[in-house]
Design a protein around this ligand. Structure first.
Ligand code: 1PW
Length: 208
């Protein structure tokens, strides 16, 4: 319909937000840092993808949304992602449950999970969403999750919508989704790398 053609789809909104972030990171002046509120705006849009996963992944969605919400709250006091890390480093709370730096690490995992999912999704036309999601999860999240969580996730995989159902929910076709997924993969990479560097440059390993 005409309406569908003129309304921005959720995937378009996500792609545009991450392209803006990655463009900023690519041409930033040395003294300009990524703003936390801007980062949160982009991350909030990704919640839509998690909400498309169905009831079995309600917990995953709530986890992601809760972590992003914590960072939105933090953005009222901290201007940049650097500021968040610096405070937690000073207080030795980077890995403390519930700390902003820990939640940032979780959100980063969510962004990377979607990147890996899209790569799997595009790697073959016959790939089911379940296969794509299982592979992406095994690569990005499983190494850091407890046995209980991993078990729940693998059971939940059987309840995922089909590839076609997901595209329908996102108001995309195979063709439109493919282009946007490629753009997200390209745009999210520098953002994820930037976040990793925040930790590494402060001598914090990423094995958690
Ligand atoms: C369209 C997208 C398809 C992807 C399907 C894969 C679903 C993956 C589900 C992830 C499940 C997350 C479960 C929660 C993990 C918690 O152990 C962790 N929270 C997060 C967000 O990683 C706990 O963090 P915390 O509170 O100990 O810092």
């Amino acid at each position: 319909t005409k309406m569908a053609m003129t309304t921005k789809t959720p995937l378009s909104a996500i792609v545009e937000a991450f392209e803006e972030l990655s463009e900023f990171l690519e041409c930033q002046m040395k003294d300009e840092e990524l703003r936390l509120d801007k980062f949160c705006d982009a991350c909030s849009l990704v919640s839509v993808l998690f909400s498309c996963l169905g009831l079995a992944f309600k917990f995953a969605e709530m986890e992601y949304v809760a972590k992003v919400h914590d960072l939105v709250e933090a953005s009222k006091r901290f201007a940049t992602l650097e500021n968040v890390l610096d405070l937690d480093v000073a207080h030795d709370t980077v890995k403390k449950p519930g700390s902003h730096s820990r939640n940032l690490r979780r959100v980063r995992q969510g962004l990377d999970l979607i990147r890996a999912l899209f790569e799997e999704f595009l790697s073959s036309e016959v790939y089911s969403l379940r296969e794509a999601a299982s592979t992406a999860y095994a690569q990005v999240c499983a190494p850091y999750h407890t046995w209980a969580i991993r078990t729940a996730v693998s059971a939940g995989m059987y309840t995922l919508p089909t590839r076609e159902q997901l595209l329908l929910k996102l108001n995309e076709t195979d063709h439109t989704a493919e282009k946007k997924m490629r753009r997200y993969i390209k745009a999210s990479r520098p953002v994820i790398e930037y976040i990793d560097k925040l930790y590494i440059s402060r001598n914090i390993t990423l094995d958690w």
